[in-house]
Design a protein around this ligand. Structure first.
Ligand code: ADP
Ligand code: ASP
Ligand code: MG
Length: 414
């Protein structure tokens, strides 16, 4: 069986939904499990809805707007008598009922119960549309298959239970299911972390002993830089799992970092292909050379914070200080993307996805002198040469730099 993944960009409007059908007709949909994300930027909109709920703002108009956005797409795809309209109505009344009845003060719990509707709704629409045009498929509620712990917003997969459940799926079907979401053992919805649908596809590929996984993107494949920020990007034809893991880890957002490990474990090839140009071969990630062609790869991570700790009395910053600091980073789910230490200071470039930084800082202000630069960028250059080094580092206000044999990094104020 093969696993396909279509992300938000591939289903952002009615024309994109039709394009998915064209892709499937061209490349085939026999023995396929297709994982789909929420439409366009729906996840961001649902995130804002949860924020509004917790800040006690009126949410009815926002719910109506999200429903309207989905209806606009559905009205283009279906006749008004189609049952999809009722199905979508049910989802939106479930959202309202959840908010009315909710007693949980946990932000992360409520987030998962609500944000997951994006994928439930998008997959219903695509599944019904494919059926309408003669592409038979079976819609699966992924929460019956991917079981996780209760670490809401960053849930960890229970691989044994998940493999058992996925193992019962037929191998000769065409399934449509949701990315990004799962459920805990009480049946509550969980999510696997933003952009997690690539990872969902890899979970299925691993559990099904899949032949391959293909992620369909709005770019020709993995490029040597993000075309949104760099010009003259070039296509990478082939990557080893290790190189792909490195690129994803440093922030090449075309592949979610957790995706590669399950695939590497069973040597399942990953293809990254354009849903806009089916003639292009894209990129393959598999066993083999590190990088083909060998090129410098540029990665930019925005919205970082550079934190420098130094001791107030010029004492050394030693192992116990650093381990204490890291323990609290882990507790607050603050991601450290780079670190550097000297005798009396310690610097980290971090990402505060869950907005816990202020609490974190409160903990340390009596103990350390701290310098904080917010809104900085982290540039990473893999396989650098003199020319690429100059290209990245010239004319920039560099706050910190770090060099290893194959990777150069700069924290930059922009
Ligand atoms: P999805 O629709 O699956 O969610 P994403 O938007 O998450 O797709 O990923 C595709 C985007 O990733 C591209 O539009 C591109 O801007 C960005 N990107 C970042 N780094 C790279 C890279 N190295 N190669 C190709 N695309 C990249
Ligand atoms: N819809 C989710 C998100 O936007 C998951 C994904 O797109 O992969 O984060
Ligand atoms: Mg995405």
């Amino acid at each position: 069986m093969k696993v396909y993944k279509f992300g938000g960009a591939s289903i952002k409007d009615a024309a994109s939904v039709k394009n998915i059908a064209t892709v499937l007709k061209t490349v085939g949909y026999k023995n396929i499990l297709m994982v789909v994300s929420a439409m366009g930027k729906t996840t961001n909109t649902l995130e804002r809805l949860v924020q509004m709920y917790f800040s006690k703002q009126d949410i009815d108009a926002s719910i109506a707007q999200i429903a309207q956005d989905h209806l606009q797409i559905t009205t283009t795809l279906f006749l008004s008598t189609h049952s999809i309209f009722e199905e979508i109505d049910v989802f939106f009344s479930d959202i309202k009922i959840f908010f009315q009845r909710n007693k949980s003060p946990s932000y992360d719990f409520v987030y998962d119960q609500i944000v997951s509707f994006g994928e439930l709704i998008s997959t219903k629409i695509i599944s019904e549309y494919l059926r309408l045009i003669g592409i038979e498929n079976e819609w699966l509620d992924v929460r019956d298959y991917i079981k996780t712990d209760v670490n809401y917003r960053q849930a960890n997969v229970d691989w044994q239970e998940t493999a058992k459940r996925i193992g019962i799926l037929k191998k000769d079907a065409f399934y449509v299911t949701q990315g990004f979401i799962g459920s805990d053992f009480n049946g509550f919805t969980t999510t696997l972390g933003r952009e997690g649908s690539d990872y969902t596809a890899a979970i299925f590929a691993w559990c099904l002993d899949g032949e391959s996984q293909t992620i369909w993107k709005d770019v020709p494949g993995v490029l040597n830089a993000d075309p949104r920020y760099f010009s003259e990007t070039k296509l990478l034809q082939q990557l080893s799992y290790e190189e792909a893991i490195e690129l994803a880890y440093y922030g090449a957002s075309v592949i979610h970092p957790k995706t590669l490990q399950p695939l590497q474990d069973k040597s399942i090839p990953l293809y990254v292909r354009s849903f806009l140009n089916l003639k292009q071969p894209g990129t393959s990630v598999k066993k083999g050379p590190m990088l083909l062609p060998m090129l410098p790869c540029y990665i930019l991570k925005k919205n970082q914070v550079l934190l420098s700790f130094s001791s107030k009395d010029f004492a050394f910053i030693a192992e116990h200080n650093i381990s204490e600091i890291f323990k609290i980073f882990a507790e607050f789910a603050i991601k450290v993307n780079l670190m550097q230490s000297s005798a009396i200071s310690f610097s980290v470039c971090i990402e505060d996805t869950f907005k816990h930084l202020e609490h974190f800082l409160e903990k340390w202000q009596n103990q350390y002198r701290m310098r904080i630069s917010r809104g900085v960028s982290l540039y990473t250059l893999r396989h650098y040469d003199a020319e690429s080094m100059t290209k990245i580092s010239s004319n920039k206000n560099i706050l910190l730099r770090q060099l290893t044999t194959d990777t150069a990094q700069w924290v930059v104020e922009e």
